[in-house]
Design a protein around this ligand. Sequence first.
Ligand code: CA
Ligand code: CA
Length: 145
Amino acid sequence: MAKELFTEEQIKFIEQAIGEAEQNTSGEIRVHIEKRCKEDVLDRASHVFSLLEIQKTELRNGVLFYLATEDKQFAILGDVGINAVVPKGFWHEIRDLMVDYFKKGQFTEGLAEGIKKSGEQLKSHFPYQSDDVDELPNEVSFGKK
Ligand code: CA
Ligand code: CA
């Protein structure tokens, strides 16, 4: 199980980063971690995206950070509401930053940094509203394999 790769503190740290990022933006961030990804990473990430029902936000501004630790696959998938308004390559810088951490095996730090940056960058397109609802759980989702 992918969850065994993380301590409770590390999981809390990631979830805290999500909570803090969501104080910047109405965008909803979800993280899914598993060990293996034997198919195309974007196909797999899209599948997880639907499984976690990330499309169920009012503004369609959910984001999935998908990571397969053993197969070293990673993808950031934003919902259609985000894709419609952000410039092309919006995620590239964040992805590169995160991959640098992952290459060193620093999964927790990489995720937390990327999540933080995403909150800052999404802010201008989807500012936090005072009546914000936490539409998607901040809990890290772990795959069984
Ligand atoms: Ca929210
Ligand atoms: Ca949330």
